[in-house]
Write a protein that binds this ligand. Structure first.
Ligand code: PEP
Length: 256
């Protein structure tokens, strides 16, 4: 269970889905759910919809953080199709996903590319959400911990000071979009390893850093994750595209 100092973050990653109208509808629903929730809430719309979604969120009274799905590892220049961290910040974002598994495994981002994006995010004043996770092959080969700690180390190396913001998301690649979530026990083990690694260099950061679980989380299984130690929220793909499901997840309150 999260400590009182780590307010759960419920984050919706819309990926490359939805029309502008959908995005506005989903934003309004997220804002209404957030207003009635004690959890922190963030949404990550497709880049072309960021400013419109930011407007909808503001009109609805705020309370939902706007984030980008990825940023480039360079600050500016001839990188057709890429989005700079500074552009996300200027568009109203406060967070950005770095190293989402689809960026790593579909678009070929390597640890060094992810680290570059994370560094640019910090320079632009954004809070990076560093996504780490093992493939099924890596899990079956017993490499889960080695892979996620390697990915984490590449990101931690970019932090400039103890004050730099950071959130971590553990997202096993085999659980993303497959309907096959990890078990809470598997998630807890990975999260504990990640937190222990952060503690090796900064015990205070380790105590406060939020580590989200992502991978086929939904209203039915989310309680299992949020009740185990070291899981401080969820990064949600598919279920975040259904306003009723996302609202239910935003409104989650731990039993007891
Ligand atoms: C994600 O894209 O980060 C994700 C966790 O997706 P899904 O919830 O659909 O598995």
């Amino acid at each position: 269970m999260s400590t009182p100092t780590r307010t759960p973050l419920i984050a919706g990653n819309w990926k490359m889905n939805g029309s502008l109208g959908d995005a506005r509808t989903w934003a309004e629903a997220a804002a209404a759910a957030a207003a009635a929730s004690a959890n922190d809430v963030a949404v990550f719309p497709p880049a072309p919809w960021l400013m419109a979604v930011g407007g909808s969120l503001a009109d609805a009274g705020g309370g939902v953080t706007l984030g980008g799905q990825a940023c480039a590892w360079e600050a500016a220049g001839a990188f057709t199709g890429a989005v700079a961290a500074s552009m996300l910040a200027e568009a109203g974002c406060r967070m950005v996903l770095c190293g989402h598994s689809e960026r790593r495994h579909v678009f070929g981002e390597r640890d060094a590319d992810v680290a570059g994006g994370l560094a640019r995010a910090l320079e632009a004043g954004l809070e990076p959400i560093l996504c780490v996770g093992e493939t099924l092959e890596e899990r079956e080969a017993g490499q889960t911990e080695a892979v996620i700690l390697r990915q984490l180390d590449a990101g931690l190396a970019c932090l400039r000071s103890a004050e730099d913001p950071l959130t971590i998301a553990y997202e096993p690649v085999w659980a993303i979009g497959t309907g096959k979530a990890a078990t809470p026990v598997e998630a807890a083990a990975a999260h504990a390893s990640l937190r222990a690694r952060v503690a090796e260099t900064d015990a205070e950061r380790a105590a406060r850093v939020r580590i989200l679980y992502g991978g086929s989380a939904n209203p039915d299984n989310m309680g299992g994750f949020l009740e185990v130690s070291d899981v401080d929220g969820l990064l949600i793909g598919g279920a975040s595209l259904d306003p009723a499901k996302f609202a239910a997840m935003v409104g989650y309150t731990p039993a007891g």
